[in-house]
Each structure stands twice: as structure tokens, then as C-alpha cells.
Design a protein around this ligand. Structure first.
Ligand SMILES: O=C(O)[C@H](O)[C@@H](O)[C@H](O)[C@H](O)COP(=O)(O)O
Length: 260
């Protein structure tokens, strides 16, 4: 497991803008070296704030959107187009404004789709879609994502992996159904920690005073069952993108050199 890197920005607006610029550069580099890029999106205010910031950046046109594979780390299990779905909010924030290849945008199943109320079947279907996209070097489970982004909840949850609940304990499956999520809505589909760890880079987004305790807990050696964010790390890099408010309870030893 690699040591998390921390970058602390002045406030949540600057964090969103800087993280968006960072994502553009990462995608452009991946496309220049490999011809395509693969990114996993997250829901929530910080995740959508990053997408909205990216939409406003002229450099967004440096990305070849037609060669970008988009996946989700989790989804609220609601009907297609529901305003509370992560993919609905991502489309409103950015996706509808850029020329993506619809075949490369992999939304998680909706509750009014073929699986109906069977969220486990929906999760299995997404796992199969990931496996089909995986290359031989990925051990046949999930593709090697260039960047997998995760908002961090005040309770240290990431994706829909909540402290102590079954989903965070999953060690084999790549996608699971979640029931009784403490953050509404209660029924969700989520990548598991093994799937998250397949990413080259995992970026954790934490801005706002309400994330200060979660960041301090997750970065101070807590276990992944009690603090799922502590178990979210990439194969090559784990990057926490914070604002000063969310970093305010970090031990000084963890606080990076002055960044803004
Ligand atoms: O479906 C969701 O709600 C998100 O995927 C969830 O994991 C979110 O990223 C965190 O709860 C942080 O959300 P905020 O950035 O809004 O605090």
C-alpha cells in the first residue's frame, strides 16, 4: 500500500478548480501515451463540484472526450434520470456538455431497468461489464482505471462503502448491492475495495469542515472496516485533495508543506 499524498487548497472552490485541472492533465497524458483514458466518477458535492469546475475550464477541450471511458464508483439505485442519481448529476454538471462516446459511458443500472428491485443482479451485471472491459493484465476482473475518484463522507465512507456494513467487508466481488445505507437513499450499487484498488491512482476528495474529522481518522491509521476511506488506495498513487477546512484536524506531521 502506498503512502497517501496530501494536497491542501485554500478553500473548496479552489480545490474543485485545481482538482479539475489535475484530472484534465491526467487524462490528456493517458490519451497521449495510450490512446484512451479510463476514469471512475464519484457522486456528492465535491465530486460534482469538480465536474462543474472542469466544465468551465477552457483546457477541457484538450481532452479527446470520444476516447474516454467513464465508470461510476457507486450509484443510488433509483429510476433512470432520477435527479438524485449520481449519473444524472454528473450529466448536468459536465457530461452533457462534452462530446463523449455514449458506448464508453458506463452508468450503473437503474431501478426501473431490467433488474427491477433485484439490486444484487444489477451489481452482478455491472461486475460483468467491468470484466468485459478488463484486459488480460487485469486478472479478468476490472479494467485498470487511470483515476478513480471518491468523495469522502463525514463518517469516512467512500462510494457506498459505509463503516461496519457488509459491503466494505467484501474481499472477492468487485461490485455489490447495498441495503440500508445511512446516507439516503438506502439502496445502492457500489464498487468494493478490491475494485477500487485496481485503479492506478485513487483520488479522495474532501472539502469542508464536515470532513475534517473523517480525514483525520482515515489518515491516522484507522482500519478500513471502521473507516472505509482508509482502505481506498491505488496501485501507484493515493492522493487526498483537501481544502484547509477539511485538513484542519490533521496531525501537523501529516500536513503537507504550504500549498494553496
Ligand atoms: O452516492 C454518493 O452519495 C457518493 O458517491 C458518496 O460516496 C459521496 O461521494 C460522499 O458521501 C461525499 O459526498 P459529499 O461530497 O456531498 O459530502
Amino acid at each position: 500500500m502506498n503512502t497517501p499524498q496530501l494536497v491542501v487548497h485554500r478553500d473548496k472552490e479552489l480545490m474543485a478548480q485545481a482538482a479539475a485541472a489535475r484530472l484534465i492533465t491526467k487524462v490528456v497524458d493517458a490519451q497521449a501515451s495510450r490512446g484512451y483514458a479510463s476514469v471512475v466518477l464519484t457522486g456528492g458535492r465535491n465530486g460534482n463540484g469538480l465536474l462543474a469546475a472542469l466544465a468551465g475550464q477552457p483546457a477541457r477541450d484538450a481532452v479527446d472526450w470520444s476516447r474516454l471511458d467513464l465508470w461510476w464508483g457507486d450509484e443510488r439505485y433509483l429510476p433512470e434520470g432520477d435527479p438524485e442519481r449520481n449519473d444524472t448529476q454528473a450529466r448536468e454538471a459536465l457530461l452533457d456538455a462534452v462530446p463523449l462516446d455514449p458506448k464508453r459511458v458506463h452508468a450503473m443500472p437503474a431501478s426501473d431497468g431490467p433488474y427491477g428491485a433485484d439490486v444484487e443482479a444489477a451489481a452482478d451485471a455491472y461486475a460483468e461489464e467491468l470484466a468485459r472491459a478488463a484486459g488480460p493484465e487485469n486478472h479478468g476482473s476490472v479494467p485498470t482505471f487511470d483515476v478513480l475518484m471518491l468523495g469522502v463522507g463525514p463518517d469516512t465512507h467512500v462510494a457506498s462503502l459505509f463503516p461496519e456494513l457488509p459491503a466494505v467487508r467484501e474481499t472477492q466481488r468487485t461490485v455489490v448491492g447495498v441495503h440500508g445505507a445511512p446516507k439516503p437513499p438506502p439502496t445502492r450499487v457500489s464498487l468494493t475495495l478490491p475494485a477500487i484498488r485496481a485503479a492506478r491512482e485513487v483520488w479522495l476528495l474532501a472539502a469542508g469542515e464536515d470532513k475534517a474529522e473523517a480525514a483525520a481518522i482515515a489518515l491516522s491509521g484507522a482500519g478500513e472496516i471502521q473507516a472505509p476511506a482508509a482502505g481506498a488506495y491505488g496501485r501507484a498513487r493515493t492522493l487526498w485533495l483537501l481544502d484547509a477546512a477539511a485538513a484542519s484536524q490533521l496531525p501537523r506531521s501529516l500536513y503537507p508543506p504550504a500549498t494553496s
